[in-house]
Design a protein around this ligand. Structure first.
Ligand code: B12
Ligand code: SF4
Length: 471
């Protein structure tokens, strides 16, 4: 029996279009969910993973599958439904799972044969068995999987051409920031995979560079940090010769031993959510770790960089506290903190988050023709009405932010700093040019959004102020 596992594309996400720019090769990431599903699939199935981010395949020319499984973030949902409709027209049953299917069950259920909510490990073999016996149910719930009992992902199934492999070592996050879906989806309990299994799976990855997809690799408590140290020791001992990047909270910088061990284990970059340059903004999103009294972000970033680990900082634009000028303020804060890369995203109400509930009840979600409008829920488009910024105002803030941070003098300054401190300017140069190029592509995409924007009838009390066109 033949199973297609499909990762749908979103043409608006410029960063995932590998053909659009050669820099984007470094920003096309392997769909780990489908590699995990393939690992859970019994051997009698022939599994093909289709990643549309490398170009939409010629489905009619491909052999007819018996079953199709589709994954989707919210922003991929419109394309997921097109793919589902195509296969259902051929009479092939379609199952959808992942974050969007979990958060918007009814919408998904109306467009596929079966929906799997939450994590697949505990349920996927049963789903396939039900299908084989002709008894596929409309809905399954995988709950939260037993972290000690994971089948390793199939790292061999996707073609070569990705710059990074992918692995997951922990699940869940207790912090529950208001804009984030992770706590609702994966639970508040921080679950850590057994270290020997992680090391074995790392060994099976063929790419030299790896993305560790964990939401927070080091966790929040002393015992989590202790486990992270043990993991790093084990990876260093295994001498894998891999370089990896990961996500962590700023307290990564607070423990010299942790930093040293991470670097020895191959850590070359860390993605940190700074979220807002102001304490009021941090309070608004509920980012407790960043509010630690006396935290010197510049010193924290420097401590990490001293171990030859690049720091990419993420900020949100469009919080209720954000007023005109916020774009420039973010660029200044990121430069002052000394981060190597800046990724600024629009505040976006994603289904299932506390922010969604708040904005929905305040009637502040502006793009609401679903499922079509989901394609804009990439965090690179303003989809809501913001308290002190109009649509045009917030777009100009984003452009100002990126123009300032990725201006050539600043960009070259960072590359020079990387050469001076670490003697390794190439990674910094590639990453900076990739972000700079991407922010240009986003600017083109805003034109499309402006056409789609449906202002609310009557006066909009939320569009009180606008930022003048300054650029
Ligand atoms: C790695 C990652 C990325 C990678 C994507 C790699 C890839 N191609 O998959 C990159 C960096 C490209 C990325 C981009 C984005 N991401 Co992202 N990302 C993640 C992250 C950190 C890990 C995902 C992962 O690999 N998990 C490991 C796998 C094993 O778990 P899983 O995907 O949940 O899959 C399990 C189940 O969901 C289920 N399942 C999944 N699919 C299917 C399908 C079937 C048929 C079945 C049965 C089961 C099933 O089974 C799997 C095993 O249990 C998650 C956070 C998280 N914890 O999930 C955010 C997350 C998924 N991302 C998010 C967002 C918002 C984005 C962006 C829109 C914005 C951004 N700039 O970050 C873009 C969207 C890009 C696009 N194409 O539109 C949100 C999604 C929320 C939502 N409702 O859509 C998340 C949840 C983070 C958050 N803060 O809320 N992301
Ligand atoms: S943003 Fe990060 S720290 Fe906050 S809930 Fe999501 S995963 Fe946890």
């Amino acid at each position: 029996m033949r199973l297609y596992l499909i990762n749908p594309t979103n043409p608006l996400v410029s960063s995932v279009s590998a053909k659009e720019s050669r820099w984007n090769r470094y920003r096309v990431w392997k769909p780990l969910s489908l590699m995990v599903l393939a690992g859970l699939t019994p051997p009698e199935w022939e599994v093909v993973i289709v990643d549309e981010n490398f170009g939409a395949p010629d489905y009619p020319a491909m052999p007819r599958p018996d079953l199709v499984g589709i994954t989707a973030f919210t922003s991929q949902a419109p394309r997921a439904y097109e793919v589902a409709a195509y296969f259902r027209r051929l009479g092939v049953p379609v199952i959808m799972g992942g974050i969007h299917a979990t958060m918007c069950v009814d919408e998904v259920m109306a467009r596929v044969d079966s929906v799997v909510t939450r994590e697949a490990e505990g349920i996927w073999p049963r789903v396939l068995e039900d299908f084989r016996r002709g008894g596929l149910k409309r809905q399954y719930d995988g709950g939260h999987a037993d972290i000690n009992d994971f089948a390793p992902a199939r790292h061999d199934l996707l073609p070569e051409g990705y710059a990074f492999g992918a692995i997951q070592t922990t699940r869940g996050c207790p912090l529950n920031c208001n804009f984030c879906s992770v706590t609702t989806f994966n639970g508040a309990q921080y679950r850590q995979r057994p270290i020997p299994e992680v090391v074995r799976e790392f060994q099976s990855i063929r790419e030299k560079r790896v993305l560790v997809v964990d939401d927070n690799l080091i966790g929040t408590r002393p015992e989590h940090v202790a486990r992270a140290k043990d993991l790093f020791r084990a990876l260093a001992e295994a001498n894998l010769r891999k370089q990896w990047i990961a996500q962590a909270t700023i307290n990564f910088a607070d423990d010299e031993e942790l930093l040293r061990l991470a670097a020895q284990a191959g850590c070359r970059g860390v993605f940190i959510g700074f979220e807002s340059p102001s304490p009021e903004g941090l309070r608004e999103v509920g980012k407790k770790f960043n509010l630690l009294k006396g935290r010197d972000f510049r010193a924290s970033v420097r401590r990490i960089q001293r171990h030859s680990i690049l720091v990419a900082g993420s900020f949100i634009i469009g919080l209720d506290v954000d007023e005109p000028g916020i774009g420039q303020r973010i660029a200044e804060a990121a430069s002052q903190y000394g981060v190597d890369n800046l990724n600024t995203l629009f505040l976006t109400p994603l289904p299932g988050t506390r922010l969604w509930d708040q904005m929905k009840s305040d009637d502040r979600i502006a793009l609401t023709v679903f499922p079509e409008d989901w394609k804009y829920y990439t965090l690179t488009f303003p989809v809501a009405r913001y308290k002190h910024l109009s649509l045009e105002g917030i777009i100009q803030e984003m452009i100002a932010c990126n123009r300032s941070f990725y201006s050539m003098p600043r960009l070259l300054g960072r590359v020079w700093g990387s050469l001076w401190r670490r003697g390794k300017p190439v990674v910094s140069l590639v990453a900076n040019l990739s972000y700079r190029n991407n922010s240009r592509l986003d600017r083109k995409a805003y034109a499309d959004l402006r056409r789609q924007w449906r202002p609310f009838p009557g006066t909009n009390p939320i569009q009180m102020q606008t930022t003048p066109e300054r650029i």
